[in-house]
Design a protein around this ligand. Structure first.
Ligand code: MCF
Ligand code: FE
Length: 406
């Protein structure tokens, strides 16, 4: 057992309680979180390590949605418009994957994620090239094996390729590596395939992730079979038609615990349908901005998770950078309120979306937490969330499973 004392403890619980001059006792699990006074009384003769002036302890951050396999990208892809981006991904994919293998870029990306203070990730795996690194990292990984493909003639081949990748992921299952399933999107995945893999997810109790209503092009395509998607798909199939409508697509996930990502162009009815079935919404502000999507109207959402998406549509995998972008994007809301919402979205709410006993500093929860430093004392605790967001680059210390990793 170990005990740490900090000037502030952000519990990130339902009421977002902040303890001034607090302490935490822990081993693999959190034993107690309270004021320093109370912890001292509880453990009379135990040593308590003080973390210094302006120190903060909070749960490790949780990035529910990223794509590691595209981590070698810096300036190869085209931004500003979704279809332009998609074409550039298809054109540059092999080059990016080869470069990534040579440069060991997945391991490097995971190291920067840990340095920043993220302790759990939801990794969308398109090819399985990131499996070894995800298995070997000290981070907690929910590993979403992706299915994608719209050609009915290739359904069997795609499904068996998916099953092979899923089996390999399942062989790596452990306390810190959780296999899950990703269905790429309604425009790229045939409903037959989607249904087959959702059945597996249901039978095996696996989480599901999907991209949905990210771009105006996707909205136009699903609603009317028109727009830039039609032009793009015509070159593969002159009779291309949308395979499913947006609301019908959402209904497919009725019996699965699902994370829906983007939703920039979703209607109120669609958002309500997602929440009604216990789904969660992932918000990727920088990815949306770079791929030419409109702002997600968070004013209408009860809950969401901020995530970075991959380096194929972002310039870093840091949730601190992402939360700063989030603060700057949603100008209609009070800045201190937004900061709190942001921290909640990457801790307690993200843990809920991934069904993990993490993301809050509570007795019995996993000992995944980070130490941050404001370097100065601060009297007004209502400013802490915003100040952390503005000035944190990396965590000073990172604990996963009670072990100090940084
Ligand atoms: O979330 C972003 C944008 N929307 C869709 N897909 C991806 C994103 N980042 C990476 N991707 C991947 C996706 O998993 O790019 C491929 C898929 O494998 C696009 S479809 C050729
Ligand atoms: Fe994505």
């Amino acid at each position: 057992m170990k005990i740490l004392r900090a000037d502030f403890i952000l519990k990130c619980d339902e009421s977002f309680e902040i303890i001034k001059d607090g302490a935490i006792s822990f081993d693999k699990k959190i034993l107690a979180v309270d004021s320093f006074e109370n912890i001292k009384k509880l453990y009379k003769d135990e040593e308590i390590e003080y973390l210094g002036e302006g120190s903060v302890i909070m749960p490790g951050l949780i990035n529910t949605h990223l794509h590691l396999e595209f981590s070698s990208n810096r300036i190869s892809l085209d931004y500003g418009d979704f279809m332009t981006w998609l074409k550039s991904v298809i054109e540059k994919r092999d080059e990016l994957l080869n470069r990534c293998e040579k440069d060991n870029c997945i391991k490097k990306a995971l190291d920067t994620i840990l340095e920043s203070g993220t302790t759990t990730i939801g990794a969308i795996s398109s090819f399985g090239d990131d499996l070894k690194e995800c298995k070997d990292t000290p981070l907690n990984v929910v590993y979403f094996t992706e299915i994608l493909g719209s050609d009915p003639a290739s359904v069997d081949m795609l499904f068996s390729n998916f099953l092979e990748r899923l089996d390999r992921a399942k062989e790596c299952e452990s306390e810190s590596f959780i296999p899950a399933i990703s269905i790429h999107s309604p425009y790229s995945t045939h409903p037959i395939l989607a249904k087959k893999v959702l059945e597996i997810a249901k039978d095996e109790g696996m989480l599901v992730s999907t991209h949905l209503l990210e771009s105006y092009a996707e909205r136009e395509w699903l609603d009317r079979g028109e727009g830039t998607f039609l032009e793009f798909l015509k070159s593969f199939n002159p009779h291309a038609k949308p395979m499913i409508r947006a609301l019908e697509y959402i209904e497919l996930f009725r019996d699965n615990k699902t994370l829906f990502t983007h939703l920039c162009y979703a209607t109120k009815e669609e958002i309500d349908a997602i929440f009604m079935m216990g789904g969660s919404i992932t918000h990727c502000p920088r990815s949306n901005r770079l791929l030419g999507s409109r702002r997600l109207e968070i004013e209408n959402l009860n809950e969401f998770n901020i995530a970075t998406d991959g380096l194929s549509s972002n310039n870093s995998l840091s949730l601190w950078d992402e939360m700063r972008a989030f603060l700057m994007l949603h100008e209609s809301l009070d800045i201190n309120l937004l900061a709190k919402m942001a921290l909640r979205s990457v801790t307690i709410d993200a843990a809920k979306a991934l069904a993990l006993k993490k993301g809050s500093l509570k007795e019995g929860y996993d000992s995944d937490f980070i130490v941050l430093n404001l370097h100065e004392s601060i009297d007004d605790i209502s400013k802490i969330a915003l100040m952390l967001l503005l000035f944190t680059k990396d965590a000073s210390q990172v604990f996963i499973d009670g072990k100090r990793l940084k």
